[in-house]
Design a protein around this ligand. Structure first.
Ligand code: SF4
Length: 175
């Protein structure tokens, strides 16, 4: 039987949603028999593949590079899952949205730092707003929570592997 190709991506998030995925612990073993992890921080793949069955996105969209990434993921994935409140609503990542980027960088890297300086153009430049994934591409499944409980992530993945649509968004509360 062909294994489902699964990818995960970490945009403007804290990695907590990926940690919750890993918290499946022993439950990961039967899942691992059914999937091939083809992209993400858990595997060593440099390019997002062309034919992904299920893609999980953690984090908000906060840079031009993030926008390119979510478009690339959407084009290449049958099912796109927004994983966690940052991807679903902006959440923690969007707390900066009331402060202009220039003032934000000055405060964080200079005013509050000891002889700090603002990172150069070689790093991804912040967009004016951190926004949820659904503002840019069609999202098939939203899994809220900060982070979503590992049990729920496992149930979502299990149902998707069975070809069923999970109703995670209806069962969970934000935060
Ligand atoms: Fe971290 Fe919560 Fe955002 Fe997930 S939803 S990336 S746990 S802040």
């Amino acid at each position: 039987m062909r294994k489902a190709k699964v990818a995960t991506t970490w945009l403007d998030g804290c990695s907590g949603c990926h940690m919750s995925l890993l918290d499946l612990d022993a439950a990961l073993i039967p899942v691992a028999r059914k999937i091939e992890m083809v992209y993400g921080p858990l595997v060593d793949a440099q390019e997002f593949p062309d034919d992904v069955d299920v893609a999980f996105i953690e984090g908000a969209v906060s840079t031009h590079e993030d926008v390119e990434m979510v478009n690339r993921i959407r084009q290449s994935s049958k099912v796109l899952v927004s994983l966690g409140d940052c991807a679903v609503t902006g959440n923690v990542a969007a707390m900066r949205n009331t402060v202009p980027v220039k003032k934000l960088l000055q405060t964080v890297y200079v005013d509050l730092a000891d002889r700090g300086c603002i990172p150069g153009a070689q790093l991804p430049q912040l967009s004016p707003l951190a926004r949820p994934v659904q503002d840019f591409v069609k999202v098939d499944i939203s899994v809220p929570g900060c982070p979503p409980p590992s049990k729920v992530i496992g149930e979502v993945l299990e149902k998707l592997l069975e070809g069923r649509k999970p109703e995670a968004a209806n069962k969970l509360k934000f935060g």
